[in-house]
Structure formats: C-alpha cells, structure tokens
Write a protein that binds this ligand. Structure first.
Ligand SMILES: Cc1cc2nc3c(=O)[nH]c(=O)nc-3n(C[C@H](O)[C@H](O)[C@H](O)COP(=O)(O)OP(=O)(O)OC[C@H]3O[C@@H](n4cnc5c(N)ncnc54)[C@H](O)[C@@H]3O)c2cc1C
Length: 410
C-alpha cells in the first residue's frame, strides 16, 4: 500500500526518477514490470510517464490505439466553470500546464487560442457571468466580452444573437488520435512494449506475489497493472474486483475534410461545440444528447461507435452541420470525412477514479471523463505514485473506494 506525503514531494520524486532515467537510459529505477491496460489517451500518457520514470512497461490494447473515447471525443482542453469544485478545477488547470510540457518535450501539436462560450436564455447567460467571476477568483484569466470584441476575435462567426460571451483564453484543443500515437511512440522510445489487438481477459495471482494477465496474445506476468479501460462497463469488476459506477453517455462527433481557416478558437455555442484543427479539419460535437425512447435505447444497447449505415450517419452529420451553420455560416457545405459515436467514461459523480483497487493492490484504476484535458497530469502523478510507491494528496478526492454521490457534475 502507498504511504501519503504531499503532492509536491510526489512530483519532486517523480522528477528525480525521470532525470535519473534520462541521464542513464540503460539503468532502470526498478525492475518492476507494470502493464497498462488500454491504449486510449489516458493509458498512453501513463505508459509514457512510467517509461520516462525508468519503469519496465507493457501497454496492452484490445483493438487499435485510440479507437474508443479517445477517438470519439471533442478534445477541448479546458479548466472551465464546469470543473467543480475547486480541487477538480485546479487538477484541470494542472492538466493544461501538462499539455504545455508535452508540447515542449514531445512536440505534440496543441492548438491554443482559447474558447468562446454562450447560452441561449438570459437566465443561463446571467449564471455564466457569475461562473466566470468565480473563474477569475480561481486564477483563470477568463472574462465576459461584448459583441464587438467577439467579432474582433472571430470575424467569421455570427454573433448577431449574442450580446456577451465568455472568453477563456487558456483553452486549447488537440488531435486526440495523433496525441495518443505520439505518446505511445515516446513510450516505446523509452523502452515500453506495445501490444495492440491484445485483450486482457483475466487476472490471477501467482506465487511470487505477482499477477498473471491472461490475454489474447498470451500470459504476461507483471508486478502491477493500470486499468485505463475507459467506459468499458465490466473491466474494473472483472480485472480489479471493484465495480465503478458509471453513467456513460454517447456523443456524436463529426469531422470534416480540411477546410480553409474559418475559426481560430473553440466555439461553445448552444447545441454544438466547434473547433478547427491545425490540419484544417473542423470538429463538431453535438450537445443535444439521445432522444429518450425505446427504439434508441435498443439501438444503443451494444454501445455502437458507428451508425447502422452511411446514409444514417450522413443524415446526422448534416443535422449537426445545420446547427453549426447558424454560428459559422458556410460550414454546412463542408465535406464530411467521418462521423463517430463516442462513449464517455463517466464515473457517477463526474470525477476521475485514480488509485489502487481495494480488492487487489496490484490493480491501479485510471478511469475518467475530461481525460483529454487531464491525460498529461494524470500520467505524471500516477507514474510518480507507482514508481516511488508513495501516494499523492492531489489524488485523495479521486480514490476508487470513495462513496460515489449522485451529484451530476461535469
Ligand atoms: C463525445 C465526447 C466528447 C468529449 N469531449 C471531451 C472534451 O472536449 N475534453 C475532454 O477533456 N474530454 C472529453 N471527453 C472525454 C474524453 O474523451 C475521455 O475522458 C478520454 O478519451 C478517455 O480516455 P481513455 O484512454 O481513458 O479511454 P479510451 O479512449 O476509451 O481508451 C480505453 C481503451 O481501453 C481498451 N480496453 C478496454 N478493455 C480492455 C481490455 N480488457 N484489454 C485491453 N484493452 C482494453 C479499449 O479498447 C480502449 O481503447 C469526451 C468524450 C466523448 C465521448
């Protein structure tokens, strides 16, 4: 079990182990073998930071890298008003700083420039203004901007129905698939083994205090394993002996073919979120949610990532583009490249689940929403805890054994 010094001590220890590994890449900090199960952005970041800290790492992914939530995500990096309470907000701010470090260290492209957000009703707009005031108290350089200032920032956006919007200049966005692949490549360069198409089916103890992972690509004996299995409803119970209550919801993500630059920032408009990547592709995230009826419930039972056929997918894409066209005129004619249904890994109380399973200390859980915003800081702190065997107070609110309240945050 981990002991509990404070966050600064853990980060210092993690930094010390990383610099030891950097000076002498052939010498491992420990010969302990850690498996990371799940090749989404969270597992990729943990594998990278563990390998950087000098651990022996094997990353096991059931299918291909970033083909679940880390593909069907809007990929907005933020610490906005929705990140409540204060400790969770701070954790997301640390996530943003972590992305700056990854950009510097691994040259992962991040498009910074901030976000503009507004709502339809006067009541909600008034609450947004209050929420932005709280953000300022919490150290965000956010502000409410008048229409003229909005036009000055985004000349191609139709703000005619907006009097004021929240500007959060620190926000950014990434290409989540590329970021995952780059993290995995960096882990591999630091000695990690990567196995795709390798599902972990079972975990059994072996006599030497280690565990055997029975996988589709053979048995693997490890000292510890990290479950970064996302929204999979059964993985934590089957592999770590603990049921993590989740309320995963689906969201439709539309990706266009590369377009001339239309927008520079993340547009968080009523009904749709929009940003344009460095490669020119526009990403649209629907906000409406799923219609509440039996036909939809039946269709979604197996948690599909695709619509039943391309005509159906196109129909949904055109519907979402039509909503977006009200805010970014002309976007409706953009050619669609992909339509994907992402399933949010969403623990019941909206907060991450990070730490050892009470049922099996060899199992470490890393399940969360806002996993794009949080991946860098989660990778750093989790690698610090595992490589040094000490617990970070930063993760205290997110431990798996907590009571999961029904408060619907995020
Ligand atoms: C529509 C939508 C919009 C979102 N928007 C944002 C946003 O704007 N900003 C933000 O920060 N977050 C956002 N999120 C959340 C974010 O995308 C996720 O939190 C993040 O992608 C989770 O990453 P992950 O690596 O934990 O999970 P995943 O990407 O789902 O990866 C888990 C992996 O584990 C593998 N796996 C599962 N079981 C096994 C097994 N037994 N053996 C081997 N492999 C296994 C799966 O195949 C999968 O590849 C959004 C999510 C959705 C769905």
């Amino acid at each position: 079990m981990l002991s509990t010094p404070d966050r600064r001590a853990v980060l210092k220890l993690a930094a010390a182990s990383a610099s030891l590994a950097a000076c002498s890449p052939a010498v491992r900090v420990t010969e302990k073998h850690i498996a990371v199960i799940g090749g989404g952005i969270v597992g990729a970041s943990i594998a990278y930071h563990l390998a950087k800290a000098g651990m022996k790492v094997t990353l096991l992914e059931r299918g291909k890298l970033a083909e679940r939530a880390s593909r069907g995500t809007f990929a907005w990096i933020n610490a906005t008003w929705a990140k409540q309470p204060r400790h969770y907000h701070t954790f997301n701010q640390d996530g943003l700083l972590g992305w700056h470090r990854l950009q510097r260290d691994l040259q992962i492209p991040v498009r910074w420039g901030g976000s503009l957000e507004w709502f339809e009703t006067p009541d909600r707009q008034a609450r947004l203004a209050e929420q932005i005031a709280e953000q300022v108290d919490w150290g965000e350089p956010a502000e409410m901007l008048e229409r003229n200032a909005l036009f000055a920032l985004e000349g191609n956006v139709n703000f005619s129905k907006v009097t004021r919007a929240a500007y959060s200049p620190n926000d950014g966005a990434v290409d989540p698939v590329l970021a995952t692949q780059m993290l995995v490549a960096a882990a591999r360069e630091r000695g990690a083994t990567i196995k795709e198409n390798c599902e972990v089916e079972r975990v059994t103890d072996n006599a030497g205090g280690r565990v055997v992972l029975s996988t589709g690509c053979g048995d693997i004996t490890v000292d510890k394993f990290v479950l970064a299995t996302g929204a999979d409803p059964d993985a934590t119970e089957t592999l770590a002996g603990i049921d993590i209550p989740q309320r995963s919801t689906p969201g439709v993500i539309v990706l266009t073919k590369p377009q001339p630059r239309r927008i520079h920032r993340i547009i968080v408009a009523p009904g749709v979120h929009i940003h344009q990547r460095d490669d020119g592709r526009i990403v649209l995230g629907e906000q409406a949610g799923v219609p509440d009826n039996a036909a939809h419930a039946e269709r979604l039972r197996e948690r599909p990532n695709r619509f039943p056929d391309t005509a159906f997918a196109e129909q949904h894409a055109m519907r979402i583009l039509a909503i977006a066209d009200e805010y970014v005129p002309g976007i409706y004619s953009a050619e669609v490249e992909d339509v994907y249904i992402g399933w949010r890994p969403l623990p019941l109380d909206g907060h991450p689940v990070l730490g050892e399973s009470p049922a099996n200390p060899a199992a470490y859980l890393a399940i969360m929403h806002s996993g794009v915003s949080l991946a860098p800081i989660v990778g750093e702190v989790v690698a610090g805890e595992i490589s040094m065997g000490v617990a970070s107070n930063v993760l205290a609110p997110y431990r798996p054994h907590r009571e999961f309240s029904e408060v619907r945050r995020y």
